[in-house]
Design a protein around this ligand. Structure first.
Ligand code: NAP
Length: 272
C-alpha cells in the first residue's frame, strides 16, 4: 500500500470506525467525518483530522463512504461538489445496484465488506473486524486497474480478500445469505414470542438462530426496502428447498449438508 496516500472516511460507525481504527494503528494519513459531536471527539483520540465538515476530505486520494444506506446517495452528491475528479470514492453499502445508477465526477468504486456484527456505532467498531473477511467490489467497465489496485491494497492491509462481481449478482447473493436469514431470525423470534414456555426454556440453538434478529434496525429496514424483489426470490428458493429436503430422502440429504457446512468454516471464518 502507498504510504503517502491521504485516506478519508465518512461515517464513523461500526464499518467506518473499524476501517478508521485499523488504519490508524498502521499510522496511515487519515481524515474522517462523522455526524455527532461525541463521535468526532472520541475519534480525535486516534487522529487529529476529524471533523463534522466534509471539507476536511478535500485533499484525500481515496474516501470511504460508510454512512447508513439511506443517507449514502445524498452524501455522494455532496462529495461530488467538494472532491477533485482524481479522488477515488468507495462506498461500503450492503447493496450495490442502487448506488451504481448515477454518474459522479470523482472515480467511484462500489464495494461491500462482508464483515459485521449485530452492533452499531463508533464504540462497537474494532480494528480487527475485517480480518479473514471477503470484500466485494463491483467496479464499472471504465474503472482503471490502477485505481482498483489502490483499493485492493487497502483491503489487503485490513486483512480482507477482494472478490469481484456485478451489482446485480451481488444483490441476489446477499438476499440469500444475509437479508433472508435476518428476516427468518426476526420471524422465528416473533413466532416463539407468543409461547411463554418456549421462550423460558430456549437455549443456545434458539440463541444462535435468532442472533440476526438483533441487527441494526436502520440497516435492516434499508435492506428490506432496497432489496425486496431479491428477498422474495430467496424466500421462494427456501420454500422449495424445505420441500426438497423433507419430501424425499431426508437423511442422505442432511448428511451431505452436514459434510459441506462443516468444511465451509474454520475457526469461524469462511474458507471457501
Ligand atoms: P452504523 O454503525 O450505524 O454507522 C453509521 C454511522 O454513520 C453513524 O454512527 C453516524 O455516526 C454516521 N453518520 C450518519 N449520518 C451521517 C452523515 N450525514 N454524515 C456523516 N456521518 C454520518 O452503521 P454501519 O453498520 O457501520 O453501516 C454503515 C454502512 O456499512 C451501511 O451502508 C451498511 O449497509 C454497510 N455495512 C454494514 C455492515 C454491518 O454488518 N453493520 C456490514 C457491511 C456493510 P455518528 O456517531 O457521528 O452519528
Amino acid at each position: 500500500m502507498d504510504r503517502n496516500l491521504k485516506i478519508g472516511i465518512v461515517g464513523l460507525g461500526l464499518i467506518g470506525g473499524s476501517i478508521f481504527k485499523a488504519l490508524s494503528v498502521l499510522h496511515c494519513d487519515l481524515f474522517a467525518v462523522s455526524k455527532s459531536n461525541q463521535t468526532v471527539k472520541k475519534a480525535k483520540n486516534y487522529s487529529p483530522n476529524v471533523s463534522k465538515s466534509l471539507n476536511i476530505l478535500k485533499a484525500c486520494n481515496i474516501v470511504f463512504v460508510c454512512t447508513p444506506m439511506n443517507k449514502t446517495l445524498n452524501l455522494l452528491d455532496k462529495l461530488d461538489n467538494i472532491l477533485s475528479p482524481e479522488t477515488i470514492v468507495v462506498d461500503v453499502c450492503s447493496l450495490k445496484d442502487f448506488v451504481c445508477k448515477k454518474k459522479y465526477s470523482f472515480k467511484f468504486i462500489p464495494s461491500h465488506p462482508m464483515a459485521g456484527t449485530e452492533f452499531s456505532g463508533f464504540d462497537n467498531s474494532f480494528e480487527t473486524l475485517f480480518l479473514g473477511a471477503k470484500w466485494v467490489i463491483t467496479p464499472f467497465k471504465n474503472t482503471s486497474q490502477k485505481d482498483i489496485k489502490v483499493l485492493t491494497d487497502i483491503i489487503h492491509v485490513l486483512g480482507a480478500k477482494p472478490i469481484f462481481t456485478t451489482p446485480k449478482q451481488h444483490d441476489e447473493s446477499v438476499a440469500l445469505i444475509s437479508h433472508m436469514p435476518m428476516i427468518i431470525a426476526q420471524a422465528l423470534f416473533a413466532a416463539a414470542q407468543k409461547d411463554k414456555l418456549a421462550l423460558t426454556i430456549a437455549s443456545s440453538g434458539f440463541r444462535d438462530m435468532t442472533r440476526l434478529a438483533t441487527s441494526n434496525i436502520e440497516m435492516a429496514d434499508d435492506m428490506v426496502k432496497f432489496n425486496s424483489d431479491n428477498i422474495q426470490n430467496a424466500l421462494l428458493k427456501l420454500y422449495s428447498s424445505v420441500g426438497d429436503i423433507l419430501g424425499n430422502n431426508y437423511k442422505p440429504q442432511i448428511k451431505n449438508i452436514v459434510k459441506q457446512r462443516q468444511v465451509m468454516y474454520v475457526d469461524g471464518k469462511n474458507i471457501l
